[in-house]
Structures are given as C-alpha cells and as structure tokens.
Design a protein. Structure first.
Length: 155
C-alpha cells in the first residue's frame, strides 16, 4: 500500500486494528474463561498445554512470552501441571540450564478432551462468516502477524 491507510481524520477506535484486536482478545478471553470454570484446568493452563503440544513453546520462558505472564506466575502454573502429571520437564542434553517441556499421555488426553470446548466457541464466533470469509480473515491475520513477528525478531 503506497498511501498510508490511516489519516488523522479517520484514526478512531472503531477502525483501529490495535483497538479491535485488543477488544477481541479481551472479550474472547472472558468468554473462554467462563467455559473453563468447571473444567479440571483453567484457560491459561489450557493455552500453555496447547503451545507445548504444538511445539509453539517448549520452555517456561517461551510460555511466559506467549501468555504475557511473568516468570513467577508461569513457574507456579507449570508446577501445578507437572504435579498433576500433565506435563513433563526434562533438562536439555545440549544445555543443562535449559528445561524443556513436553506433554504426558495424561496431558494429551486432557487437551484432547478440552480442545473441542475452544473449537465450539470459535466456531460459534465464526458462524457470522461464510467459510471463505473465515478463511480470508485467518489469512489476513496470519499475514499481519507475520509482519509484526518479523519486526519483533529484528528488535
């Protein structure tokens, strides 16, 4: 895009991508937390396990970064998951200072049981779109995320 998208005249909250994404996260998180209220784990624990399962984060520091929680809170959360036998911590053979996280069979079972809860929630939210619109939305968000992630890597 050669011309800037936003101008002073039209940079208002209801058209600001930052504001809209922030509101989506806040409202989506609040809704998801209510669904996890009667579950065996909370939403943050499910997100951490989801990241571990798909190798998006395999250390406590990476989980902390993904969740936006401080290291102390993440350590306590991982302690709970470890004590319940849902994750396993192992020292990296190449660098003994690094502790890697992986799912146990019990963790996989728990994640498999609870993932449909999140799928149903997002399917409900996406039901206002056609399949093509939902695919386009995901593609555009991935592209924007890629641009932001590239900038993060350079910082």
């Amino acid at each position: 895009m050669s011309d800037p998208f936003y101008t002073k005249a039209d940079f208002v909250p209801e058209r600001s991508i930052g504001y809209l994404v922030h509101r989506l996260k806040k409202l989506g998180t609040a809704r998801a937390e209510t669904l996890f209220a009667d579950q065996d784990i909370n939403l943050s624990q499910w997100i951490a396990m989801f990241h571990i399962r798909y190798r998006m984060a395999i250390t406590a520091a990476e989980i902390s970064k993904c969740l936006g929680h401080n290291s102390g809170a993440v350590t306590r959360m991982l302690d709970q998951l470890d004590e319940r036998g849902l994750i396993l911590r192992t020292r990296d053979q190449a660098d003994r200072r690094v502790v890697k996280l992986e799912m146990t069979e019990a963790g996989q079972t728990m994640l498999s049981r609870l993932t449909p809860v999140m799928m149903d929630l997002w399917n409900e939210h996406l039901s206002i779109f056609t399949r093509d619109e939902a695919e386009t939305l995901i593609t555009l968000l991935q592209r924007l995320l890629g641009t932001l992630a590239d900038g993060e890597d350079k910082a």
